[in-house]
Design a binder for this molecule. Structure first.
Ligand code: HAM
Length: 424
């Protein structure tokens, strides 16, 4: 076996401690907004039966055709690492009989997804999504409500230059008519299409509209638009969604080429674009998927949802220089001297933590100088210094690191004194 260094698999990333504050901040904002809007958290397994995704997302999609991490377990069941959450959540809704709960059922989630894609900026093989799903209400105001929620989250994150792209891809009936017209249009010019689109022209013609290859983009300009083919009900639904968005003053761009890459959608589809140009910079996307419940073996189920890409949002925040609130987890640093100081320090630090005061330390070190240097580096506001003498007398020295003033304090007054000093 080679003893070369093992590296992280291609397309995966370590989330290092210096990045964690962004992750915590983003999660906090999402959770807070979701709970305040009546959404409840759901976790579903990281792997599911391969068939769930095949049936749910669609056999002719890029995800199912090329990107799934599929494997046989030891009982030879075919499983797949989830490439997205929605199919798993619909499965859970059906499996747990959530149709018996008061509708709509509103759920949110956060976690990793896996897609075997060609890694590039903003595109990974393991990435993370957060998302929202609303089940059991077909009213257009649900579409607007989910968009309002995620728009608020993006505002709260202070993301600049973001746009809401929106379209309707109608229902199965209006889409079938449209697909025929689309195939007629493209078949006449098949030679000009990229090889991928040549292949999917019959199987998945809608995707030709959002192909990023130059020659296909060119052709898409003259392609028929689905919006002209919507049936009365779908048209009415879409107009209502737009009216609600006008009401809450959320700006949107009508994008006739937005079709989304998963097969389960109907009617409203939307994406949030931000930062740089190009589809891999969609910060997130979603839409209505009223047919998925039935496809997965349940009853008719109205549903709408959205998922955002955590890495893409954090990268965009960094590019835009967005600062997040400073975390002051350990404003106190414990400095100890001698064996007695260590023992006393170990105990005291834990007591302070139990009382809600964050304490960093370096109990293994012996040198006062080295510990004070570390306290400075960690931006401690207060250092607690415990030597043999203090340990014997049941006192500590509290040092204000900004002012360089220090006082000896009886042990029983330490918590109060620190709390007061931290409030300043
Ligand atoms: P999606 O458009 O495939 O939709 O993914 C949503 C977002 O996840 C993307 O816009 C992107 O930000 C992020 N994302 C996806 N794949 C990657 C990747 N390889 N690397 C980095 N980020 C990625 C869905 O997954 C649907 N389930 C959304 C939905 C929920 N529709 C209804 N409900």
């Amino acid at each position: 076996m080679s003893n070369a260094n093992i590296q992280a698999p291609k397309g995966t990333k370590d989330i290092l401690p210096e990045d964690q504050p962004y992750w915590r901040y983003l999660y906090r904002i999402i959770e807070k907004h979701a709970l305040k809007a009546g959404f409840e958290k759901i976790d579903v397994p990281i792997f599911e039966s391969t068939n769930l995704f095949k049936r749910g997302i669609g056999e002719a999609t890029d995800i199912v055709e090329k990107e799934m991490y599929t494997f046989l377990d030891k009982s030879r069941n075919s499983l797949a690492l989830r490439p997205e959450f929605t199919a798993g959540i619909v499965r859970a809704y059906i499996e747990h009989g959530m149709h018996t709960l008061p509708q709509p059922v509103k759920l949110f989630y956060f976690g990793p997804i896996f897609r075997y894609e060609r890694p590039q900026a903003g595109r990974y093989r393991q990435s993370h999504q957060f998302g929202f799903e609303i089940f059991g209400d077909k009213h257009a105001i649900m579409d607007a409500q989910i968009i309002t929620l995620l728009w608020s989250i993006h505002q709260k994150l202070k993301l600049k230059n973001i746009s809401l792209q929106i379209n309707s891809i109608g229902c199965r009936e209006c889409r079938e008519e449209f697909k025929k017209e689309l195939v007629d249009y493209y078949i006449m010019q098949k030679d000009k299409l990229c090889s991928n689109c040549k292949r999917r022209i019959k199987k998945n013609p809608l995707r030709l509209l959002d192909c990023k290859e130059e020659e296909c983009v060119e052709l898409s300009h003259g392609a028929p638009q689905i919006i002209d083919h919507l049936c009365g009900d779908c048209n009415q639904h879409f107009q209502s969604v737009l009216e609600y968005l006008d009401e809450v003053e959320i700006p949107y761009e009508l994008n006739p080429k937005l079709v989304r890459g998963l097969d389960y959608y109907n009617r409203t589809v939307f994406e949030i674009w931000g930062g740089k140009e190009g589809a891999q910079n969609a910060l997130g996307g979603g839409g209505r998927y009223d047919g998925l419940g039935e496809i997965l073996g349940g009853k008719k189920l109205s549903a709408i949802g959205y998922a955002g890409g955590v890495e893409r949002i954090i990268e965009t925040m960094k590019e835009q220089g967005i600062k997040i609130p400073n975390e002051k987890n350990t404003p106190v640093f414990l400095v100890q001297l001698g064996e007695q100081g260590k023992k006393y320090g170990l105990k005291l630090a834990e007591e302070l933590r139990n009382k809600g005061i964050g304490v960093a330390d370096s109990l293994g070190k012996d040198s006062l100088k080295a510990q004070m240097r570390l306290a400075n580096k960690k931006n401690a506001k207060i250092a607690i210094i415990i030597g043999q003498r203090e340990a014997a007398k049941n006192t500590v020295i509290l040092r204000d690191m900004e002012q360089g003033i220090q006082n000896e304090v009886p042990l029983e007054k330490t918590v109060d004194k620190i709390k007061k000093a931290l409030k300043k």
